[in-house]
Write a protein that binds this ligand. Structure first.
Ligand SMILES: [Ca+2]
Ligand SMILES: [Ca+2]
Ligand SMILES: [Ca+2]
Ligand SMILES: [Ca+2]
Length: 173
């Protein structure tokens, strides 16, 4: 830190040790720059930040953000992505390593059409389907796979196929 007359520095930490600068308004590494970046002393100190659950950082869409030091305090965490509910978009939204229909988190019927989201994701009502039967066949195949994987029981399998059969999906517009 600076001496009272601002003409010299006096050290309150181990001098010259790289990487000892911390965000506290003090020149911890005694190079006369306060709270400076390790890589560029003209830039403020930054640090990685992540508020999501342990084990999710760097998995799927989840990534750390950056906090910039200002006035001796770390600023807001900018740019981090934390887990959100799995949706059908080709990405691992909840950062558990499983994408879309492969994620048991999508074995729910959020749109109330009687068909699990994980099946809707593989067999989209909007098609393209040659006919209604082709759509129902897709749902039957997907429901069978979920049952074989132990993710749903026989009753749910039947209910999904029945809901698909009753739907207008794949039929005449
Ligand atoms: Ca410093
Ligand atoms: Ca400092
Ligand atoms: Ca997804
Ligand atoms: Ca996932």
């Amino acid at each position: 830190m600076c001496t009272a007359d601002h003409l010299a520095t006096e050290c309150n930490a181990t001098p010259g040790t790289p990487g000892t600068e911390v965000c506290n308004g003090i020149d911890d590494d005694c190079d006369s720059a306060v709270d400076e970046s390790f890589t560029n002393p003209l830039q403020p100190l930054t640090q990685s930040c992540y508020s999501g659950p342990a084990g999710t950082q760097g998995v799927g869409v989840c990534q750390a953000g950056t906090q910039t030091c200002s006035g001796g305090a770390s600023g807001a965490c900018v740019g981090e992505v934390t887990p959100s509910a799995e949706v059908c978009d080709g990405l691992d939204n909840d950062c558990d390593g499983l994408v879309d229909a492969n994620d048991p988190g999508m074995d729910v019927d959020s749109n109330g059409n009687g068909i699990l989201d994980s099946i809707d994701c593989q067999c989209r009502c909007a098609g393209p389907w040659k006919n209604h039967g082709e759509y129902v066949s897709c749902v039957a195949h997907a429901a069978d796979a979920l049952k074989k994987a132990g993710r749903i029981g026989g009753a749910a399998q039947g209910a999904n196929v029945s809901a698909a059969a009753k739907s207008g999906c794949g039929g005449p517009k």
